[in-house]
Design a protein around this ligand. Structure first.
Ligand SMILES: [Zn+2]
Length: 168
């Protein structure tokens, strides 16, 4: 049994990264079973550790896999469920939900000018939540935001004056 990750399988089919599918990474490739001019094979990761290979022209999944020496069982990778992994999965899921909500809000601002203010508020809120998650991961993100906010609030000169004098 080979057991490959989705990225490895996508490489095997010479897949190209395409728009994400339900917020998860996706690739497009030429189907090795039928004479494929445009890439009709989609390679997706419906959940962590699981790969889905699908030909939109209707080729049999097993035939598509066999063309690369793979079996259905090779599409599953064991993901060790340590508390850290579970936490990271939950975090990824939440971030993906927020990013979808952000996309929706941006789309709605354009589609529903009458409710623009509402969707702008949603957009701001979601951006804030995403930022908070990034800052929780990386303290440097928070530092950069604080500096940026001070420059906006006080102007660069004033902020510079407040820098301790002993600095060169
Ligand atoms: Zn096909």
């Amino acid at each position: 049994m080979v057991k490959l990750t989705t990225i490895e399988i996508a490489r095997l089919y010479h897949g190209r990264k395409s728009a994400s599918y339900h917020g998860r990474p996706a690739w497009q490739a030429k189907c090795p079973v039928h004479r494929d001019r445009s890439p009709s094979l989609s390679i997706t990761e419906p959940e962590r550790g699981k790969t889905k290979v699908h030909c939109f022209r209707g080729c049999d999944d097993e035939a598509v896999l066999a063309a690369k020496g793979l079996k259905i069982a090779d599409l599953y990778v064991d993901v060790e469920l340590t508390p850290e992994t579970i936490q990271r999965m939950k975090r990824d899921e939440r971030l993906q939900k927020l990013e979808r909500r952000l996309e929706l809000a941006i789309m709605m601002i354009a589609l529903e000018p009458a409710h623009k203010n509402y969707w702008r508020a949603v957009e701001r809120g979601v951006r804030g939540d995403i930022q908070a998650m990034r800052e929780a991961d990386d303290p440097n993100e928070r530092f950069q935001r604080e500096i940026h906010e001070r420059i906006q609030r006080e102007g660069f000169d004033k902020m510079w004056e407040s820098v301790p004098q002993e600095m060169p």
